[in-house]
Design a protein around this ligand. Structure first.
Ligand code: NCD
Length: 312
């Protein structure tokens, strides 16, 4: 693996390999007070975030540090981006400074692909940490890791992705990955929050959450991404919550084994009732924990596995 730009680039075998590595790294660190593996000693990871982030940025930093890499964090506000430097010049600067891997979050769909093109030949790997409304592959991988932990094999499992699918890179990455892993995906959203062309996606579409609940093995709630909405997509927050919120009553209609996911940050009381977010069926904190191990696995496959193969 040279870069990780999209789950659309991963087949079942490739995705399973990453998820298995994440699980074995988790086992390796389990119960250890000192969480430090020597695997990436001497390697440099630079995270570059042009959008806000708590979970993704922190977990990439921890992932690098727990494997002994040197990790440098750049945010648009504190860098030369604020002086008008282009993404290309920023990228070439980071590669010249010695980055083995650049982790990029950017508001433009396709930004990570462009970065990978510009860095071609420099040997610097690129990881997409979210590009506009396009993809967020590491989020989908940590979601799949969490579902596998709770449900086992995902073959034939029915997973609903609910809410603002239109603006969601999390939804797009999950649709590709979950279907590659054999799950059946149902998108539940009002027609205004579904993308054009959704008919060609490997999913079924529903506008009625209540009708889907009893058949689900997992339900993934999406944040209503107001920062990407230039216009009115639904009448009011209360109306949205009434039709598409995971209320206590709706959570009670799920099968007992069903898992509740949310990528965060969540708007409690809007897309998910606060009590539901905190019940045992909710795997929201497990998602965050798995996020570190999944990102360790990705850095391992990008930076260490290739070297180890070369040496053998
Ligand atoms: C997601 C994102 O940034 O796309 N958050 C995350 O990475 N955990 C989802 C969101 O912002 O709604």
């Amino acid at each position: 693996m040279k870069h990780l730009l999209a789950t659309a680039d991963l087949d079942r075998a490739g995705a399973t390999q990453l998820l298995d590595t994440a699980m074995s790294l988790q086992q390796n660190l389990l119960g250890k007070q000192v969480r430090k593996l020597p695997t990436l000693r001497g390697r440099t990871v630079i995270t570059v975030f042009y959008e806000n982030s708590t979970r993704t940025r922190v977990s990439f930093e921890l992932a690098g540090k727990w494997m002994s890499a040197d990790v440098v964090n750049v945010s648009a506000g504190g860098s030369s981006v604020g002086k008008g430097e282009s993404l290309r010049d920023t990228a070439l600067t980071l590669a010249a400074a010695g980055a083995d891997c650049v982790v990029l979050r950017h508001p433009a769909s396709g930004a990570a692909h462009r970065l990978a093109e510009w860095l071609d030949g420099t040997g610097t790997a690129v990881v997409n940490a979210g590009d506009g409304m396009h993809e967020h592959p590491t989020q989908a991988l940590l979601d799949a890791a969490t579902l596998r932990e709770r449900l086992g094999d995902l073959d034939g499992r029915r997973v609903a992705i609910v809410g603002d699918v239109l603006h969601s890179r999390v939804a797009r990455s999950n649709v590709h990955l979950l279907s590659a892993l054999g799950a059946d995906v149902v998108l539940v959203a009002p027609p205004t929050l579904l993308p054009v062309g959704v008919e060609s996606w490997p999913v079924t579409v529903s506008h009625t959450l209540d009708a889907e609940l009893s058949e689900l093995d997992a339900v993934m709630m999406l944040r209503v991404q107001a920062e990407r909405m230039h216009g009115a997509f639904f009448p009011s927050a209360r109306e949205y919550a009434r039709s598409f919120g995971l209320t206590e009553a709706r959570a009670a209609a799920l099968p007992d084994h069903a898992v509740v996911l949310h990528p965060g940050p969540m708007l409690r009381g809007m897309e998910i009732a606060s009590t539901v977010a905190d019940t045992p069926s909710s795997a929201i904190t497990e998602q965050v924990r798995n996020g570190v191990h999944v990102r360790m696995a990705i850095l391992y496959h990008l930076l260490a596995a290739a070297t180890e193969e070369d040496e053998t």
